[in-house]
Design a protein around this ligand. Sequence first.
Ligand SMILES: [Zn+2]
Length: 165
Amino acid sequence: MTLTRKLTALEKKWCLKALLDAEVARPDICERAVEKTLLISTLPQPYKLHGPRSLIAHIALSQRAVGITLGRKVYITSRLFDEDGGLPLSLVIHEVTHVAQYFRDGHLGFLARYLKHYAQGLARGLKDHEAYLAIPHEVEARRVEDYLKQHIHDRELAQVRTLYH
Ligand SMILES: [Zn+2]
């Protein structure tokens, strides 16, 4: 069964703090990303997608990604959801950063830049995985995750299923 849900209040709080601290986008865009994100418990099949979205899915799946963000829809492998729909907070924050990037850059802008930087990495002689990690959108998403690791307190961590995966 496919589960689809929005962010919990706790996820919203931490995602917004981290996005604002990292200055990913204007505050209203960060808020919109946090409000609009949909977490969906299945990964998309690239052959069912069209255009650059299918390339993004191919890249992500070839890196054994557990999450793929396409617009406000975040597809996450179902095994990472617990019975209550809980997810690792660091994963949620990483993917919500991509939603904010889509809103900031526009869908086509995001897809075009993401693919261009990946291709440039390969052209520089990087291996697939290095080229993926070097995409500025991925670098930025990891920076936002770092905020969480530095700022979340033990008391609140106890309310979150898992922080590190
Ligand atoms: Zn990513």
